[in-house]
Design a protein around this ligand. Structure first.
Ligand code: ZN
Length: 486
């Protein structure tokens, strides 16, 4: 009776979100995220799914019958093409905005997977060898563009607050879900699962990633609905953020300082959400004449595509940005802003000898065009490298934040002489007090809380605080742990 819960990803870590649920003979997955980490380990983990291929493709009624996706970030959506590659052909339910964001994001991820497989093969049999030597089986990419395309075919839109009975279930047996706004990124949702078996009902709330109030562009998170059990993220379970409000003043101050000394501002930025937030804030600062009149570039083809999705989904915008729309102003475009597309346009920025701002991915400086801008600008003390998001251990971004005197870019040692500063105010993840506040309306009915999507230290701190403040039982499951709840 009740739900059998199987934790498969984002268990005591912040990557690879995936939870398997079973009730009344039906099986569903919440999220199917990509595990990101060292190449070989990530490949191993990502090819082992919670269900075996024969269970994914089985037609005998015991197979996986539905997937529900909380939001488009790759650590939640990025292994859906792997699931499809291994045989899953059922529906993937998520918000209409998330479907549109997954289109460019999953194709980009497939492109990276193809490149990674190529890299591993070349490393094994040497750069000069064309094709695999006799008797060597080449590594296949985790998935390809075609698999990403297939995922998009299987996606089914679910609007917020509209209860939906999942495929394979009925009104009286199995699963239905209702989505609420998570306020974490455009299109993000929390998932309230209702599981029914023999007339008994169990409600499980999955937070996905919980956002924050007053973030630019997106609406504030909805209150947590009541539930019997909660699976909650804990990324910043031991941290308190700066409020997002004063970020504009800080940006203005930094940009003025760098412009006055003739430098450029190099901004590693995630292509989704962070780039659009920064573009909107820079637009406001330009209009209000709080920054000098200087050229601004978004040098990321993926970010350009994502910005188009943002423009189309005005229904997800908060009041502030809707105000622009009503006045006929494009918040993501004005005459000083350029979206560069070609590699030539990107390279031409190196020869620009006036102050400018350039935003490029990847957000943690691991790949992408940002590396070229860093290579060209890192040794000039007039420049500023502006970090705008979380930097994981061992990434180039973290080394810049830690101000190592020398870093490697494209295998070449470079001296870090540019200024480095960070703005953490735009973080899309609730901090400890915001998580506690978000879950508060649901506390009365909760029997137990499962913490996921957090490093052990963050989880420990949040677990103690939930227990102390609300007197609830809290568990931090490990990968593969199973629970029965009713
Ligand atoms: Zn996320």
């Amino acid at each position: 009776m009740g739900i059998r819960l199987h934790f498969w990803g984002a268990a005591r870590t912040v990557t690879g979100s995936s939870h398997h649920l079973e009730c009344a003979g039906r099986q569903i997955l919440l999220d199917c995220g990509l595990f990101q980490g060292r190449r070989q380990e990530a490949y191993e983990i990502n090819t082992h799914l919670a269900l075996k291929p024969e269970e994914l493709a089985s037609q005998n009624g015991t197979a996986l019958s539905a997937v529900v996706l909380s939001h488009a970030h790759i650590d939640h959506s990025g292994n859906l093409p792997g699931l499809v590659k291994q045989g899953y052909r059922g529906p993937i339910y998520t918000t209409p905005t998330t479907i549109d964001l997954c289109n460019p994001m999953l194709k980009d991820s497939a492109h990276i997977q193809e490149g990674d497989a190529d890299f591993m093969n070349r490393r094994r049999w040497g750069r000069r060898q064309i094709g695999a030597p006799p008797g060597v089986e080449p590594f296949a990419p985790l998935y390809t563009q075609e698999d990403a395309e297939q995922v998009l075919q299987q996606m089914r839109p679910v609007h917020l607050h509209e209860p939906t009975i999942l495929a394979g279930s009925t009104r009286d047996e199995g699963f239905s879900v209702s989505l609420t706004n998570a306020g974490h990124m455009l299109g993000s949702a929390c998932v309230l699962v209702e599981a029914k078996e023999k007339g008994e009902k169990t409600r499980l709330l999955f937070s996905g990633d919980v956002g924050r109030k007053n973030l630019p562009i997106i609406k504030d998170p909805d209150e947590a609905p009541s539930a019997d059990y909660l699976i909650m993220e804990s990324t910043y379970g031991n941290r308190l953020h700066q409020p997002p409000g004063p970020v504009k003043q800080k940006l203005s101050r930094l940009i003025k300082r760098v412009t006055a000394r003739g430098g450029r501002v190099i901004v590693p930025a995630f292509a989704v959400e962070r780039t659009q937030q920064l573009v909107m804030l820079l637009h406001e600062l330009t209009e209000e004449k709080q920054i000098p009149d200087l050229p601004i570039f978004v040098d990321s083809p993926l970010a350009s595509k994502i910005t188009e999705v943002f423009r189309e989904h005005t229904d997800d915008w908060d009041e502030e940005i809707s105000g622009y729309f009503k006045k006929g102003i494009d918040p993501f475009g004005w005459e000083r802003l350029r979206y560069t597309q070609t590699v030539q346009e990107s390279k031409a920025l190196n020869d620009l000898h006036v102050p400018f701002i350039v935003m490029a991915a990847s957000g943690m400086c691991e790949a992408g065009r940002i590396l070229h801008h860093l290579k060209n600008g890192i040794e000039d003390p007039r420049n500023l490298i502006l970090i705008t998001g979380y930097q994981a251990a061992n990434t180039l971004g973290r080394k810049l934040v830690d101000r190592l005197p020398e870093v490697n870019i494209f295998g070449e040692p470079m001296r870090l002489r540019a200024e480095v500063d960070s703005i953490g105010e735009l973080s899309g993840h609730a901090d400890q007090s915001e998580l506690l506040e978000w879950m508060a309306p649901a506390v009365k009915g909760l029997k137990k809380v499962f913490l996921v999507h957090g490093e052990p230290l963050a989880q420990q701190a949040l677990m103690e605080e939930i227990h102390r403040r609300y007197g609830l039982e809290v568990v931090c499951p490990a990968r593969g742990d199973r629970f029965e709840i009713s």
